[in-house]
Unconditional design. Structure first.
Length: 741
């Protein structure tokens, strides 16, 4: 039989071809032989078998060739019948009841007539009847011009028995770098770029079958042999490696396939004996199973083995059903936990499992997520915490996970973060939940979703199961969000549902009262006393961070800048990022305002940069983003870093009084006094409607007076300036001490 060779260039196989030639020469002199070509799938054993057939044909030796198949491995005498049919004369009668003996006699008779090569590729798929026939022939072929050439994949069931038949075993390995280059250059018809050659080597591992597949597919796609083809080449190599993996798995028994899949799930976290237990290995010893998988090129020989580097693990796992993957991962995760495997490794397995139902799973996921958050890997932390919520958790445990998830997702999905924190605010009763609900409302307010805080605090304050201390702090947060909302035009007219006490005992309520008095420009001395009371509170749980920030701003406009800055510094220093990112960003933003109010543009610029590092622009709610945009415009104007046209910047912001003020000042600096006066007067209208009359919080009157004078409206300008001066005197009395924002 003439075997048609595939168009693969056979490189780095001179030694094997020399053995073929010498063996064929011996065959011509009447010497029999059995050669086995054994190697991992993809190492070119099939190409060598076909090359041996080609050399035999050139030497005038008859060839019988067949290829084994997994689908025919149960057909008794299938391979033997195919081979015998190629060598016996047509119409020759067959006698006897033992088919193996009959087929053996036929091949022996034909070999006596003339030299014969019997070649079998993928011989490891040989059926049991053909295996008996092969054994019978090899025992009786001595002194005959008969040669067997068998291609066998490493690690398969028949590998050992077929090797025992061989006089010599050839074991082809990977290509050399020069061989890989030669294959690519031959297929593509052009020299290979050195950088591209290195990329091909990394992608293919110099595996002959993968290299040839990539070369042929690149040629078919018309790709060049340079860096422009790196991405498609990698994709082609990945596909070829996946095909190689499928061929190896097809050649192995089901138990070994299950074992290597389980090994991929374990990710090197369990000893091999435990992996075998999880996989349910029964028909083979652990040592024998490991040896076969290693010979097949699928695993390492470590004490805790993992799939070999080249194995596409994702593709390996897709050969398992979804339920099987989840079940196996859950079992592996439990064993890893009981075997004291580090929590990080166990947490890496749990996201792809079904709910475990044990407390340890929640603890492992939560603790690992906390470490990821500390390291800034909030995406991984979010994934782990979402998985933790799939476990049967409730009450304080659920609130804790939701709170951590809200913190983690602030930088990657801020609106989702608000939703998680909202669930914490409305969580079921309990001491831990009460602490967390106040913290959650605090962070939502700091990010700027004032309407959400209003709704949530209103809902929770009406519940009898919330502790009195928590209700008092929620009331303070409610009023602070109410005041911030009134700076936004479309939220005018909303009212709170319960008053703050005139003389509060709670530090959080003291901060809220100090802020409300400060914005109305009344009782500066009392504002200072209340703000100091808030800042003396023992920790954030007595006075939430956003209320501390409000107390600091109240101190500043009350003429106590140093105390205000010290309080803001304490907020920033007292929290470890990336936890409470929103509160720290809010404190930094307030510090920008304090610096601008006192003419410290360089300090304001540094704090603004720190604000954006802590809380990038996309993290802020549109209502709070208007404050960020206003500070950016004011800092840029003071440092002459913003030119014409930027006064309307700030997409995604909600128009607010402070933003109108910043735009007005920028227009005034640019000489557009008409537009500036309109912006500044609109700022004043919003502030007055909101009840904000403090002349130093947002000093719009002097700026509007300057613009109106330039518009030759001296009368109105004078009235605004006089009103400002009168309010300053009323606010400060004899100790006024504040510059202008």
């Amino acid at each position: 039989m003439r075997v048609t060779a595939r168009p693969d260039l056979l490189v780095d196989r001179d030694r094997e071809q020399d053995v073929f030639r010498r063996t064929l020469d011996d065959l011509g002199r009447g010497r029999s032989s059995v050669l086995v070509v054994e190697g991992q799938v993809g190492m070119g054993t099939g190409a060598l078998v076909r090359r041996g057939c080609g050399l035999a044909d050139e030497a005038g030796v008859r060839v019988a060739y067949a290829r084994g198949s997994r689908f025919e491995s149960n057909v008794d005498f299938g391979l033997a019948s195919q081979l015998s049919a190629q060598v016996i004369r047509p119409g020759r009668p067959r006698w006897g009841n033992d088919l193996a003996a009959v087929l053996c006699e036929e091949v022996i008779a034909e070999a006596k007539r003339s030299p014969l090569l019997v070649a079998v590729d993928d011989a490891h798929f040989i059926d049991s009847g053909s295996a008996r026939w092969l054994s019978a022939v090899t025992r009786r072929m001595s002194g005959l011009p008969l040669m067997f050439l068998l291609g066998v994949s490493s690690g398969t069931d028949r590998e050992h028995s077929l090797r025992l038949l061989a006089e010599r075993v050839l074991e082809p390995g990977p290509l050399t770098p020069a061989g890989t280059r030669r294959v690519l250059e031959s297929a593509l018809g052009e020299p290979l770029d050195d950088e591209f050659a290195d990329e091909v080597a990394r992608a293919t591992g110099h595996t002959p079958g993968v290299v040839h597949t990539v070369a042929h597919r690149m040629a078919a796609a018309g790709l060049a042999a340079d860096r422009s083809s790196v991405v498609p080449m990698r994709a082609m190599a990945a596909d070829a490696l996946g095909e190689r993996l499928s061929r190896i798995l097809d050649s192995l028994p089901g138990e070994l396939v299950d074992l290597v899949r389980t090994m991929a799930v374990c990710e090197g976290n369990l000893d091999f004996e435990l992996v075998c237990s999880v996989a349910g290995l029964e028909g083979l010893s652990a040592a024998h199973a490991r040896s076969r998988l290693w010979k097949a090129g699928l695993v390492t020989l470590d004490r805790k083995p993992v799939p070999a580097d080249w194995v596409p693990v994702d593709r390996l796992l897709t050969t398992m059903s979804f339920d099987e993957r989840e079940r196996t991962r859950a079992v592996v995760a439990g064993l890893c936990h009981r075997s004291a495997v580090p929590d990080g490794a166990v947490a890496g397995i749990l996201p792809a499992t079904r709910p475990v139902g044990d407390r340890w799973a929640v603890d492992v996921l939560s603790d690992t997520a906390a470490r990821c958050t500390e390291l800034g890997d909030t995406a991984t932390a979010s994934r782990l915490l979402r998985r933790a919520l799939r476990e049967p958790v409730s009450g304080a445990s659920e609130a804790r996970i939701l709170y951590d998830l809200g913190e983690a997702e602030l930088a990657i999905a801020p609106f989702a973060s608000d939703r998680h924190l909202a669930r914490v605010v409305t969580a079921s009763a309990g001491p831990v939940a009460d602490v967390l609900r106040v913290r959650a409302a605090d962070l939502v307010l700091a990010r700027g979703d004032f309407a959400l805080v209003q709704r949530l605090t209103r809902e929770v304050r009406e519940r009898d199961d919330v502790a009195p201390d928590a209700r008092a702090r929620l009331l303070a947060l409610h009023w602070l969000s109410q005041d911030r909302l009134r700076e936004v035009p479309e939220t005018m007219g909303r009212t709170a549902f319960a008053p703050l006490p005139g003389t509060p005992d709670d530090p959080a309520q003291a901060a809220a009262v100090a802020w409300r008095l400060a914005v109305t420009g009344r009782h500066a001395g009392r504002v200072r006393a209340l703000a100091r009371m808030a800042l003396r509170a023992d920790g954030r749980d007595e006075c939430p961070l956003s209320l501390r920030v409000a107390a600091c701003v109240a101190l500043d406009v009350a003429g106590r800048r140093d105390e205000a800055v010290a309080g803001l510094d304490a907020v920033v220093a007292g929290v470890r990022l990336p936890h409470d990112r929103a509160a720290v960003g809010f404190a930094l933003l307030a510090r920008v305002g304090v610096s601008l109010r006192h003419g410290r543009a360089d300090e304001a610029a540094r704090d603004l940069a720190a604000t954006l590092r802590t809380m990038p622009e996309h993290c802020w709610h549109p209502q709070q983003r208007s404050l960020l945009e206003a500070m950016r415009l004011l800092v840029g104007a003071r440092k002459d870093e913003i030119g014409p046209g930027h006064e309307t910047a700030g997409e995604g912001c909600v128009d607010s009084a402070v933003l109108f003020y910043a735009r007005g000042l920028l227009l005034l600096d640019q000489g557009d006094v008409v537009a500036a006066s309109a912006m500044l007067l609109e700022c004043g209208r919003l502030l007055l409607n909101a009840g904000v009359t403090n002349p130093l919080l947002i000093p719009w009157r002097p700026a509007a007076a300057t613009a109106l004078r330039a518009c030759e409206d001296a009368g109105r300008a004078g009235r605004l300036q006089d009103a400002h001066d009168a309010l300053v005197r009323t606010w400060f009395a004899a100790d006024a001490g504040g510059a202008v924002l």
